[in-house]
Design a protein. Structure first.
Length: 471
């Protein structure tokens, strides 16, 4: 398997004109004669997009092309009015690189065939109830698009998942793409072929277009494995073709045959000169590269003593890694911070569909909450409820604790009275515990916590219960 990754670059203007790239504007409100493909217009290369392309190519250890050229890819695009796309083929930004992934603790190098720049197409809309009608929104037409063409080096769905995560993480660290898949800023095309075990020759390649989520890529490839395996088991040939993924039905459908290569009639874009990358420019871009995910993962494990798994998860998202380091810098134990981020924080991000960069809770707020737990002012269970409100509202921990009356009860007399009440109300469970059923004490602890509305100190509850039950 191999993936082609399409990342919309986080520039303020489009690839060859000054129109805004802001997401969510009114249809066709961010267009001009250049991105509308009007006759006689002249494109101008977006320098920031070129630098972003260089950053990715360098981070993937690619050989940089200089000069590199833009070419016209001639093809009928219903959502790209000029009916060709300005792209790169023979001379991309970079080529022959690699990206390291980790699966089950083992590292693997995945080949990067090339990294090239192009312009995005617009978007077709198909209104419900209007059979045969399509609307065109050209706001996206001309947006800077970086395509990363990976080699056919992935051998399992686990490797595919690791590769997608590694690419996304790298793009976020480099600051070149926000990777918001719900906005179409990161998209995939997947290629897959099956061959007999031990064979060196690849089987017929099938390509799947425009997959907009990790889940879709994995489901699509899993379906294709089974479909192609069934054909081969029956002695039938697998057609070399392009297929589309139907998310609702969970199947792929033929789009067009690729038995003969599509002739896009590439030729150099006559309105754009070659782009020369001199050594000074290249060194400046290289010097601007941040600490990359693999290096940061190793540092987290060495500097903070984190388990390899924690370091891998935390550094997978730059915003999450930044949050971790900022909280630790406030004097908190690294493992305690890691537990909160990998537990409650990621759970709430997944539940709300948010990214770490969007969270309203701050490192200072989390540090304050951890401090309240360490001081015994609030117990762990209550702290989870406090953290959820912090996440949703951005309020500080102490304010929430006081407003909701969640201060931990650590008074032995007060807890002792609740313990005696629970023991008196549950004679059978008490008899079970005294008869050797150790697990029975868990029920009694739960009852004390319920009576105290979750505010009792759990360690004190356990000690007082055992003391009373041994009398």
């Amino acid at each position: 398997m191999g993936l082609e990754v399409h990342a919309e670059l986080a520039t303020r203007s489009k690839m060859f004109c000054g129109c805004s790239t802001q997401f969510g504007a009114e249809p066709n409100s961010q267009v001009c004669p250049v991105c509308l493909g009007m006759p006689g217009v002249l494109p101008v290369v977006n320098r920031q997009a070129v630098e972003y392309g260089l950053r990715v190519a360098l981070a993937m250890d690619c050989t940089i092309c200089s000069p590199f050229v833009f070419e016209r890819k001639n093809y009928y695009y219903p959502d790209l009015p000029k009916n060709y796309q300005i792209s790169q083929k023979r001379s991309p930004v970079g080529h022959d690189g690699s990206l390291e992934i980790a699966v089950d603790g083992a590292a693997k190098q995945v080949g990067i065939t090339d990294v090239h720049l192009e312009e995005d197409a617009g978007k077709l809309l198909h209104p419900e109830g209007e059979t045969g009608a399509s609307l065109v929104d050209l706001n996206r037409a001309g947006q800077p698009l970086l395509e990363i063409v990976g080699g056919p080096d992935l051998r399992s769905l686990e490797e595919v998942s690791a590769y997608m995560s590694a690419v996304r993480s790298l793009l976020l660290y480099l600051g070149v793409c926000d990777c918001r898949m719900e906005e179409g800023h990161l998209r995939f095309e997947a290629n897959i072929s099956l061959r007999p075990a031990g064979s060196e020759e690849f089987g017929a390649r099938v390509e799947m277009k425009n997959l907009n989520s990790f889940r879709s890529v994995l489901r699509c490839l899993e379906y294709e494995m089974k479909r192609q395996q069934a054909l081969l088991d029956q002695g039938q040939a697998v057609a070399r073709e392009t297929r589309l993924w139907d998310e609702e039905r969970g199947v792929t459908e033929a789009m067009r045959s690729k038995e003969e290569a599509q002739d896009y009639r590439y030729f150099p874009e006559p309105d754009l000169p070659p782009v020369t990358i001199d050594e000074a420019w290249l060194e400046r871009v290289r010097a601007s590269l941040p600490e990359l995910p693999d290096a940061r993962r190793r540092r987290f494990a060495q500097e903070w003593g984190l388990p390899e798994y924690d370091a891998l998860i935390l550094t997978g998202d730059k915003a999450l890694a930044d949050f971790f380091e900022a909280t630790v810098a406030l004097g908190r134990d690294p493992k305690a911070v890691s537990n909160w981020l990998m537990g409650e924080f990621l759970r709430l991000l997944n539940a709300t569909g948010k990214q770490a960069a969007d969270a309203r809770v701050t490192p200072q707020a989390l540090s304050d909450l951890i401090g309240l737990v360490e001081e015994g002012a609030v117990n762990r269970n209550a702290a989870k409820a406090v953290f959820e409100e912090m996440f949703n509202t951005g309020k500080p921990a102490k304010e929430i604790v006081e407003a909701r009356g969640l201060t931990q009860i650590s008074d032995e007399g007060e807890i002792g009275a609740i313990v005696e009440k629970v023991i008196a109300e549950n004679p059978k469970v008490v008899a079970d515990f005294r008869g050797g059923k150790e697990k029975s004490i868990g029920f009694l602890v739960g009852q004390v916590m319920r009576e105290s509305q979750g505010r009792a100190d759990p360690k004190l509850v356990n000690r007082l219960l055992r003391e009373k039950l041994s009398e």
